[in-house]
Design a protein around this ligand. Structure first.
Ligand SMILES: [Zn+2]
Ligand SMILES: [Zn+2]
Length: 247
């Protein structure tokens, strides 16, 4: 009879899968521990380790895992991974659920519900803040009640470009090093503005944003200060301003 995989085995699968992803253990060593020490079935141990590789790269995996595995893995991934990588895990689980559905019309409702709750969380974290930015001064004067708030420009809002930029630099202000997670804990995780350094006025029709060279994560305070000049001042200049204001 097939034994259910235990809580303890799953925790170890996670630990080993993570170490394997970091290339700190080999597949053989991991399997030896899972099968040898934890008495896991060789086939499940191999499947679980392969699934982990899929999670890391956002690919589809085919072998099913128990609902308990998701309850254990997803919160740990959420805690351990930078947001763009956690998004890949969720992508991978969704692809898997689609695959199961296409094969056997299995809905896996528990897992689906769990995945959806993380998607809601991710959506609230990755929605760009509305921020008046790159707007020319209005010359028409003050109109009462007309709250002139314009969303940040399209390059700063593009989720893929944002994710690539944050994956490179971290969700840390590149001017003052402010980190929302350090300051605010869980609710601050992944929160940051992304500033587009290229002057909108000189952008041509065929321009494609380069997330690493053209975008930069900044906190809302520094973002506001960058835009006290038009076009926005450089990151270097704002750093110097902070330095001289604090000496
Ligand atoms: Zn800052
Ligand atoms: Zn900006």
């Amino acid at each position: 009879m097939k034994k259910d995989i235990t809580f303890e085995q799953l925790q170890t699968v996670y630990d080993l899968g993570y170490l394997f992803a970091l290339q700190k253990t080999s597949l053989d060593e991991a399997l030896e521990q899972l099968v040898g020490s934890l008495d896991m079935n060789q086939t499940s141990a191999t499947n679980y380790m392969h699934n982990f590789e899929a999670f890391r790269t956002g690919r589809v995996y085919k072998r099913a895992m128990s609902a308990l595995s998701y309850e254990i893995f997803l919160p740990r991934f959420y805690k351990d991974l930078p947001l763009p990588e956690f998004e890949r895990v969720i992508e991978s689980v969704e692809l898997h659920l689609e695959y199961r559905w296409s094969k056997s019309k299995a809905k896996h409702l528990e897992v689906r519900t769990l995945v959806d709750s993380y998607k809601v969380k991710l959506a609230s974290l990755t929605v760009s803040p509305i921020y008046p930015d790159e707007i020319p001064e209005q010359s028409t004067g003050f109109i009462e009640g007309a709250v002139k708030q314009v969303t940040i420009n399209a390059y700063e809002r593009d989720p893929k470009a944002r994710a690539a930029c944050i994956a490179k630099f971290g969700a840390i202000c590149q001017v003052c090093k402010f980190n929302f997670e350090t300051q605010y804990g869980e609710i601050g995780k992944g929160f940051i503005h992304v500033h587009h350094k290229v002057d909108i006025a000189i952008i041509g029709e065929n321009y494609q944003v380069d997330p690493i060279n053209d975008l930069i994560p900044v906190c809302p305070n520094c973002h506001a200060m960058l835009h006290t000049e038009t076009p926005a001042m450089s990151i270097e200049k704002l750093k110097q301003i902070i330095d001289s204001a604090n000496t």
